[in-house]
Design a protein around this ligand. Structure first.
Ligand SMILES: *Cc1c(COP(=O)(O)O)cnc(C)c1O
Length: 391
């Protein structure tokens, strides 16, 4: 058959027809899914609570637009705010759309205060914030920008800096700086974590210079790291934050969370979305939130994450020729290998384990957050088989 799909992805020739928990099925095979649709299917496939929420809502009402009150949206916003630093929420449909909105809001915040010049945002090496025209400029990949921008590959309005060096960051701040935008753990960039003290220092710099601290928790949020939001372990809160990926457990939804103070600049007519926060999306996301905010759920993510990390740390000792580092937290883990990460993922897939490559030679391990311990064990044994074959 002629292929009608724009070839922007190098697609793997497997067509899954169903899923259950951590497993995906084709007509003849089953695969252990440690990719979770790129950190999206946080409660696995065909989760009963999510199916119930979707089915129940689908029979009542799907969409009315934001011209009307939406009680499901109000309830989800309440849950998100009660579980975080935030006091106001804007709903949209994806991570990049949330980032776009966030960029608008931090600029508008300073405009509203009369600081018309504060439009620039400090971003980091290895950052990823989505694929829209603005978010490719916030991201660090030159490939993502190639051919799309008026000035060749410019990142106008963004100042990039090397992470983990507070002096370099301080030097970038000037009277045009509106915000610092950072992923508390970089996902696509190679599962890169930062030191605890770094965030405390960033927060101080933001307060001192009257600039906003913005977190992109699109990948690291929604319990992925064992905390509901990965920044919570740093003891530092942002002024504004983006969510998407795990929030809908597979149903597309994004959100921008912010403090009351930041929200004041966004008055009537200042931003909008037709689909954002409709009844169907919010009902599913609320069911996700009810599950992932349970203490027992978060503890299990932490426990299985620790178990998984210990397992691959053991492999690192045994295969130190192949494994350069083990990275990440909770169930956002990565193996930096000295061979092709793509090839490693292919090998694992041939053994019926699905993994995702990240930048800088890293293989990402992203099981559903409700993965079972014996599934983690199975994944470790398959990873070991791949290492054996490669060495
Ligand atoms: C995936 C991702 C995005 C983009 O989300 P989309 O839903 O693909 O637009 C933005 N930021 C981070 C950190 C991400 O991981």
């Amino acid at each position: 058959m002629k292929n009608y799909i724009l070839p922007t992805y190098k697609r793997i020739n497997i067509n899954f027809i169903s899923g259950k928990g951590s497993w995906l099925y084709t007509k003849k095979d089953k695969y252990l899914d440690f990719s979770s649709g790129i950190a999206v299917n946080c409660l696995g496939h065909a989760n009963k609570k999510l199916i119930d929420a979707l089915q129940h809502q689908s029979k009542k009402i799907w969409h009315t637009s934001n011209l009307f009150r939406i009680s499901e949206q109000e309830e989800l916003a309440k849950k998100l705010c009660e579980s975080s630093f935030a006091e106001k929420v804007f709903f949209c449909n994806s991570g990049a759309e949330a980032i776009e909105g966030l960029i608008k809001i931090v600029r508008r915040y300073h405009y509203y205060l009369g600081n018309y010049k504060r439009k620039n945002i400090i971003v980091f090496d290895n950052a990823f914030h989505g694929r829209t025209i603005t978010s490719i400029q916030a991201g660090s990949s030159e490939n993502h920008r190639l051919g799309f921008l008026a000035k060749n590959n410019c990142d106008c309005g963004f100042n990039r800096v090397k992470p983990n060096e507070i002096d370099l960051l301080e030097k970038k701040i000037n009277s045009t700086t509106a915000a610092i935008l950072i992923e508390p753990i970089q996902g696509e960039g190679g599962v890169n974590t930062f030191s605890l003290s770094y965030f405390k220092k960033i927060k101080k710099l933001c307060e001192k210079n009257n600039i906003l601290l913005a977190f992109d928790e699109v990948q690291s949020g929604i319990a992925r790291t064992g905390k509901l939001f990965s920044h919570q372990k740093y003891g530092v809160t942002p002024d504004i934050m983006c969510l998407a990926k795990g929030l809908g457990g597979g149903f597309p939804i994004g959100a921008i969370l912010m403090t009351e103070q930041v929200s004041k600049c966004m008055d009537f007519g200042s931003h909008g979305s037709t689909f954002g926060g409709n009844q169907l999306a919010c009902s599913v996301a609320l069911a996700v939130m009810k599950e992932v905010t349970k203490d027992s759920f978060l503890q299990r993510v932490q426990k299985n994450g620790d178990f998984f990390k210990e397992g691959i740390l053991k492999l690192k000792k045994k295969y130190s020729n192949l494994i350069k580092s083990i990275r990440g937290e909770g169930l956002l883990l990565g193996i930096e290998i000295r061979a092709s990460n793509e090839k490693f993922c292919t090998l694992a897939r041939e053994k019926k384990l699905l993994l995702v490559p990240a930048a800088n030679g890293v293989v990402r391990l992203l099981p559903p957050l409700n993965v079972k311990k014996n599934e983690v064990k199975l994944a470790i044994s398959i990873i070991e088989k791949c290492l054996k074959e490669m060495s």
